[in-house]
Design a protein around this ligand. Sequence first.
Ligand code: ADE
Length: 418
Amino acid sequence: MIKHDVKDLNLAPQGKKRIEWADGDMPVLKAIRERFEKEKPLVGKKMSACLHVTAETANLARTLKAGGADLVLVASNPLSTQDDVAASLVKDYDIAVFAVNGENNETYYDHIKSAIEHNPIVTMDDGADLVSTIHSDYPDKTAQIIGSMEETTTGIIRLRAMHKDGALKIPVFAVNDAETKYLFDNRYGTGQSTVDGIIRATDFLIAGKRVVVAGYGWCGKGFAMRMKGMGANIIVTEVNPIRALEATMDGYLVMPMSEAAKIGDLFVTITGDIHVLRKEHFEEMKDGAIIANSGHFNVEINIEDLNNLAKLKNPEVRNFVDEYVMADGRRLYLLADGRLINLAAAEGHPASVMDMSFATQALTTEYMVNNNLPVDVHEVPEEIENWIATAKLASMDINIDELTEEQKKYLASWEMGT
Ligand code: ADE
């Protein structure tokens, strides 16, 4: 059997059903898989991917394998692995997987080491842990790597910082920055799955709650929009004046966290930055306040501050809910240890949006292999995005207009006014 470290191979039958169910809502990726099957564009290429090991990722892994890639898949977060899916990938699809839900930090990095020891020539990341570990601990291996793909905002921020410092040694595609990714995955995917995770964890009524959304990027926008639709009163906190203005004109209250902390019922961080919620905010929060994170890393909430302030911690008062009792008796509830709530307590983004994100991943991988790119953080080629959007529309039976010859001419000319 192919090498692996998964929780229990006996979980494979359930995982296979989940993979097949997700595949039903991933028509664009499926079309790519069918072409890859025939054309084998990745034949013999050693690849390592560090992604959330979900049913949707399984369908990407199947696609890369269909293209001929020799793939190792490891978890990009200790809490997001779907153990049954990991088992099925090994048992039913013969794909090497190293991922166990709940793995500690040491195992997490041991798994990343397995991905590196595979000696990949192409890598794929969600958060840049694989690429940054290669650069810091295995710098010699960068020479053999053609390039990498990065899935998320946090990863792109890290990679751009590496490039600015002159530390980046391989070309990278900023998959997150493709419109076929962030307009749908970040907005509608994070929007829906974050609501889903919070509800699964708490079973709370959303209507009438004051929900504080920290960060009004595409993920924050999607989450605020969906929460508003369920009757919440939204408060946005921001550091960027343009986004703060946008949130104001989208109809939300905007204020500093120091003020929002006093009135919020539910706090959700989606910024990509560190310690967005900290001591000074926990000191102000109401009894019963709920705190969650939907940003990539578990750094947005300062859990150490929460531990220091609490006179008592009651772990798991409910699945995914830890109760912190403050010295003055107020109870604050932290969800999923501050890890991304949509993947920890729910199933991540629905397959239909991951279809576009992972179609972008598969096609940029093919492009990376066929083109010799310089070291940089590259944008996804426009033709890839247009192909994916067109294929997705076709799968939804949606037709759109085409420019007439007269309109094309008008758009290309500068002489004609009214
Ligand atoms: N990131 C967010 N949701 C995801 C999912 N369902 N699968 C893989 N990565 C994800």
